[in-house]
Design a protein around this ligand. Structure first.
Ligand code: SF4
Length: 226
């Protein structure tokens, strides 16, 4: 990794000046975050949240309620969150089953497993990989890992914190390694970093055609203008 790069505190401070302080996250329970992940696929946040709200209102978020739900109702809710609704309805049921049978209906207990154990426990759920598990641990304030989503990772790669790599996991680990010493371990700081980098990747530093001309980081960014 050889690109020059700006300090992360300067990047985050510029992003916060531009976007304002990150909003309080509405979903913070670890099981609810698993459901939020599975209720939508390849849709924006507002559509995913609408599907999640429909799940909350029409069925409930307790594992017992989801297991007892009529398949057609679950499918119609999953359809609000995009394609592959049948598959995702099954995943919601499977998530409820795992929560009940392996965690007695309450994922708070994973706190006692340590970071590696808690992460492994979360990857038991459908569609939760290592980085997804780390995000859930961060947002639910169980472990302050410096978690990133694909938007935040893309921003850090362009800013010189990791080399572009076809191996997503290797690229993710490099970005984490290179940034972790630059953000304190407090939950508030790390959640804010996760949210600001994510928002920047969604709004300006998009995968295709990043809007460098409007970017508050353009003077700090080795990739500006590409
Ligand atoms: S200058 Fe362009 S590539 Fe760099 S962070 Fe901003 S939008 Fe992304």
């Amino acid at each position: 990794m050889s690109s020059p790069r700006a300090p992360l505190y300067e990047i985050l401070s510029s992003l916060e000046d531009h976007y304002g302080p990150p909003q309080r996250l509405l979903v913070t329970d670890p099981f609810h975050l698993v459901l939020l992940e599975n209720v939508g696929y390849l849709v924006d946040d507002s559509r995913r949240e609408a599907a999640f709200e429909a799940l909350r209102q029409r069925i409930g978020l307790e594992p017992e309620a989801i297991l007892a739900a009529a398949p057609d109702t679950l499918i119609s809710i999953a359809r609000l969150g995009g394609i592959f609704a049948e598959l995702r309805a099954e995943r919601l049921k499977k998530s409820a089953e795992i929560a009940l049978t392996e965690f007695d209906g309450d994922l708070a207990c994973i706190q006692e497993l340590g970071f590696a154990g808690a992460k492994k426990a979360l990857t038991r759920f459908p569609d939760i990989g290592e980085s997804g598990a780390e995000r859930i641990l961060l947002v639910s304030r169980i472990y302050p890992s410096l978690a990133l989503d694909s938007n935040g990772l893309r921003v850090l790669v362009r800013l010189g914190y990791a080399a572009e790599d076809n191996n997503y996991s290797r690229m993710y680990r490099e970005a984490q390694r290179e940034t972790s010493g630059e953000v304190g371990e407090e939950f508030d700081l790390r959640i804010a970093a996760y949210q600001l980098l994510r928002r920047h990747g969604q709004e300006l530093c998009k995968r295709r055609n990043p809007r460098c001309g409007e970017c508050p980081l353009s003077t700090l960014c080795p990739s500006a203008g590409y």
